[in-house]
Design a protein around this ligand. Structure first.
Ligand SMILES: Nc1ncnc2c1ncn2[C@@H]1O[C@H](COP(=O)(O)OP(=O)(O)O)[C@@H](O)[C@H]1O
Ligand SMILES: CC(C)(COP(=O)(O)O)[C@@H](O)C(=O)NCCC(=O)O
Length: 316
């Protein structure tokens, strides 16, 4: 029997105008208090963009959450067991400097406005990077952010325990100033309604099972996932801009790992940032991150000015 062709794309593809039109018919407009709170996050995002692009995403997430709870109730009825719904888990993936953290922080605020999900927790996967001493030992200091630079088993344990509804789950903490794991620090997650897991590699598929280790990846616990996408030359520029801004602020602090870059001239700082981008972050994007884009439920494509140009939502 001839096999049916694989569809060219499993996504509904909307340009900015089509997606923006959804904003007019989406409930829960931003109030003055919301605008104040969002402005207070310290992110450079334009509030008109929040209303047109990100607020409809929060509505879509609310619909998925409601449907997932319905499905959960159906399973409970079938099993004749009273099983509590567990946190709805959202993954946010994409390149270094593409805007994952900004998107994740924004969604945390917007999703928490919906009556069904006031408690939203956000965890970044950098807390699961191996400490620098361990990365040195493994010869991975020049591969920070590559899948092998993370303690993937600990990350998987963390997400699966939150998803299983455990009352309290702890994650280690990474500091971008010292460029290392903070000894003794932890983030504690207490059974949120929604957990957002943000990180470069969260959409990676599982590695093949070996011996007693089953083949699971954090993405197996996601109820929804978002890939933040942009053209590589634009992301490279955003990375360099952020590096220059950090040089004027965080790098000035003596405890900063990059303190030695505090006094570089503009030209030297740009050259150093480009070198880090070209030798670490660009190869990681190309080899590990971009290949996971097609696994996301929603793909947001940003233009040079950070405005979302295109939204793709998985329909199959
Ligand atoms: N929507 C946006 N509008 C304007 N600037 C943005 C937006 N999103 C991110 N940025 C800027 O782009 C850079 C990278 O964003 P960030 O969220 O830190 O990326 P990531 O977490 O992916 O490394 C930062 O300098 C940030 O301020
Ligand atoms: C800390 C990161 C690996 C990102 O971690 P994530 O939370 O996305 O898993 C990345 O921002 C980073 O520092 N990369 C190393 C190369 C560089 O200095 O840009």
């Amino acid at each position: 029997m001839p096999s049916s062709p694989v569809p060219a794309t499993p996504y509904v593809d909307l340009d900015r105008e089509a997606w923006t039109r959804l904003s007019a018919s989406t409930p829960l407009p931003l109030t003055d208090a919301d605008v104040d709170r969002l402005a207070g996050l310290g992110d450079p995002i334009d509030l008109a963009e929040v209303d047109a692009i990100y607020r409809p995403i929060s509505r879509l997430l609310d619909l998925y959450i409601e449907a997932t709870r319905g499905l959960h109730g159906a399973s409970s009825t079938f099993l004749r067991e009273d099983i509590e719904p567990t946190p709805f888990v959202i993954g946010v993936a994409g390149s270094v400097a593409v805007g994952k953290s900004t998107t994740a922080r924004l969604l945390r605020e917007l999703v928490a406005r919906w009556p069904a999900t006031p408690r939203v927790e956000l965890v970044t996967t950098d807390g699961f990077l191996y400490p620098n001493a361990e990365l040195e030992r493994r010869g991975l200091m020049e591969r920070k952010g590559f899948p092998e630079s993370y303690d993937r088993r600990a990350l998987l344990r963390f997400v699966s325990q939150v998803k299983a509804g455990r009352a309290e789950v702890r994650a280690p903490v990474y500091d971008h100033v010292t460029y290392d794991i903070v000894p003794g620090a932890e983030t504690v997650v207490h059974r949120p309604d929604v957990l957002i897991v943000e990180g470069l590699n969260v959409l990676q598929p599982a590695r093949p099972a070996t011996g007693s280790h089953s083949s699971l990846a954090v993405s197996d616990f996601f109820d929804f996932s978002i890939y933040v996408d942009a053209r590589e030359p634009d992301v490279r520029d955003w990375y360099v801009d952020r590096f220059l801004r950090l040089r004027a602020t965080a790098f000035q602090r003596p405890e900063s790992y990059f303190h030695r870059y505090a006094d570089l001239t503009d030209e030297q700082a740009v050259a150093r940032a480009e070198q880090i981008w070209d030798s670490i972050n660009a190869p990681n994007l190309e080899q590990n991150i971009l290949p996971t884009r097609s696994r996301a439920t929603l793909v947001l494509t940003k233009g040079r000015d950070h405005a979302v140009e295109r939204v793709r939502l998985r329909k199959l």
